[in-house]
Design a protein around this ligand. Structure first.
Ligand SMILES: NC(=O)c1ccc[n+]([C@@H]2O[C@H](COP(=O)([O-])OP(=O)(O)OC[C@H]3O[C@@H](n4cnc5c(N)ncnc54)[C@H](O)[C@@H]3O)[C@@H](O)[C@H]2O)c1
Length: 539
């Protein structure tokens, strides 16, 4: 087996790769050196003579020549994984570790390098442009990811060794790893599978925390917390348990204060690690505590509801409610890792499961028609939590959410697409007084309504809107708009965060798998009279 280091130039592939090879007793290959050696020319000369396409061709040949390599550490050129044939060749006998760093750090590290420019942009602007452009391919190719921004070479070497020694998610049929590239800084992994918690020991050796606080919800069954605690204690780290009331009414700043006081009293400091174990509410609160305790400590999340596994634990949104509005106080903070053990769902009540399925349908409408077809084909098995499908199903959702978050970590544009079904959904939940309608039920009704709205604006076809409704019903989600006052619903929607200049805006599909984006904001202004007539039609 080879260890392959991929990523942008300046992330440490060569310096770290050489040392990793020494530590493992492997040989070391740098694909750029191999290209130069095989061509008998320096890289800048190859670019001068053959241009970038010529270089990429030679690079592909060099990588293909490594087909028989074993026990090698291979450091790849920054653009190597842009060619899917290279990725396939490297993956055949290799574990791909993506090294990342933020643009400023990369720009600083590569100052004075002789590498040819790839765009007409200067220094930092070129780095930023290429990082953005390449993020999806890096994300797709990687089995693991390590952010080296703040690491010395020896620290990065230890990080890579820990990943190499960790149980190997990408290579085990029952475990999947999804990298989340948040502008390359704060890059991390979502590990999905019933042995995902094995990754905790690698996390501990990477983070070297003074102690770990396990923050869990009072409604979370004992088993997940016990399982996390046992694994951490086996890794030799001191654990402190802190539990929070995980009812929506307690998702308040006072709970953040309570948990923070417990952590302080238990001797946690700024070198400690926090691990949130629970549903979306616990993940949001635990993340917010981690963002603010001692001005921020690292954290990891172990979601235990389907909604948290496919949605809430991914993307770095943390927060608490105000009495006037949900999640009105919060910040973005990315975790070090999200570890998902689908077996934790065995105890989850069916109604809670439906909340997760509603968000999964939303992901399919936004970005992946095949996910909808998969859910339609396997609805019964998914509802029965069939083990053979669950990890793949969660991973598919995680890839969609991670992909959108990577493009737009702070919700300036594409991330707004995730609001599909939620503009009316939130209004329904609030108007029903957060009783009677669960979040998933409200979102399902919201999606059907917003699909009709899209249809009226020339987006979805009647067949697409009807098949969405059919799938939601097949999953057991009601799609009928309840008899609530349309004026009050409109007034609730007027408070939505997407609105601008007094106009209600919606995230609407243009077709299944593609969202409308009239002005770069991924939201569409809709006149009130159109909304009113559709609400009052109440089909
Ligand atoms: N940050 C985000 O991007 C994001 C996205 C969506 C939702 N959210 C937030 O997530 C919250 C909703 O999350 P949720 O639907 O996971 O609900 P939840 O966290 O309130 O959990 C629902 C209930 O299930 C219990 N529970 C958790 N795991 C269990 C298990 N394995 N077995 C049995 N019971 C279990 C919990 O104790 C709770 O009583 C909301 O506060 C919402 O604002 C955040």
């Amino acid at each position: 087996m080879n260890l392959v280091l991929i990523g942008f130039r300046g992330t440490g592939k060569t310096a770290v790769g050489r040392e990793v090879a020494k530590a493992l007793g492997f040989s070391f290959v740098d694909t750029d050196c191999l290209v130069a050696e095989r061509a008998g020319r320096l890289i800048p000369e190859i670019f001068d003579k053959f241009g970038e396409p010529g270089f990429r061709e030679l690079e592909a040949q060099a990588i293909a020549s490594l087909a028989g390599a074993d026990h090698s550490v291979i450091a790849c050129g920054g653009g190597a994984v842009l060619n899917p044939a290279n990725v396939a060749a490297l993956k055949r006998n290799g574990l791909l570790v993506l090294l990342t760093a933020d643009a400023d750090e990369i720009s600083h590290r590569i100052q004075g390098s002789q590498r040819p420019r790839l765009t007409s942009l200067d220094g930092l602007a070129e780095v930023k442009h290429l990082l953005r452009e390449r993020a999806p391919q890096y994300q797709q190719a990687a089995d693991h990811v390590l952010d080296t921004t703040r690491l010395s070479v020896p620290e990065a070497v230890q990080g890579v060794l820990a990943l190499a020694r960790a149980p190997n998610p990408g290579k085990s049929p029952s475990t999947v790893s999804v990298p989340v590239l948040v502008g390359t800084r704060d890059a991390h992994e979502i590990v999905i599978g019933n042995s995902a918690l094995d990754r905790l020991s690698a996390l501990i050796s990477q983070a070297q925390p003074s102690a770990v606080a396990i923050v869990s919800g009072t409604g979370v069954p004992k088993a997940p917390v016990a399982c996390v605690k046992k694994t951490l204690e086996a890794a030799g780290v001191r654990c402190v348990l802190a539990s929070l009331d995980d009812r929506e009414a307690s998702k308040r700043l006072s709970t953040v204060e309570k948990i923070s006081s417990t952590l302080l009293e238990q001797g946690l400091d700024r070198h400690s690690l926090l691990i949130g174990v629970g549903g979306g509410l616990t993940c949001d609160l635990a993340g917010f505590v981690a963002a603010t305790f001692m001005r921020g400590i690292p954290h990891a999340l172990i979601p235990t509801t389907l909604l948290a596994m496919v949605d809430a634990a991914i993307g770095g949104k943390t927060g608490v409610n105000l009495s006037q509005a949900k999640n009105a106080i919060g910040c973005f903070k990315q975790p070090l890792a999200v570890l998902i053990r689908p077996a934790f769902l065995d105890t989850l009540p069916p109604r809670e499961l439906l909340n997760g399925f509603a968000e999964a349908v939303k992901h399919g409408v936004i970005a992946d028609p095949e996910l909808l077809a998969f859910m339609d084909r396997h609805a019964e098995k998914l509802l029965a939590l069939d083990e053979s499908l669950l990890a793949e199903f969660i991973a598919r959702n995680a890839r969609i959410k991670a992909g959108i978050v990577s493009l737009d970590p702070s919700e300036q544009g594409p991330r707004k697409a995730l609001n599909f079904g939620h503009t009316l959904g939130h209004a329904l939940e609030a108007e029903a007084g957060f009783k009677g309608l669960s979040h998933g039920e409200a979102v399902a009704i919201g999606m059907v309504f917003e699909a009709r709205l899209s249809q009226r604006l020339g987006g979805l076809s009647a067949v697409e809107a009807a098949s969405l409704e059919h799938l939601l019903e097949k999953l057991g989600l009601s799609t009928r708009l309840p008899a609530l006052d349309s004026g009050k619903l409109l007034a609730r929607m007027a408070f939505d965060k997407k609105n601008e200049a007094g106009t209600i805006r919606f995230a609407l599909p243009q077709a299944i798998g593609r969202m409308m984006d009239p002005d770069g904001s991924y939201s569409v202004p809709v006149p009130v009279h159109v909304l009113r007539s559709l609400l009052e039609a109440r089909p």
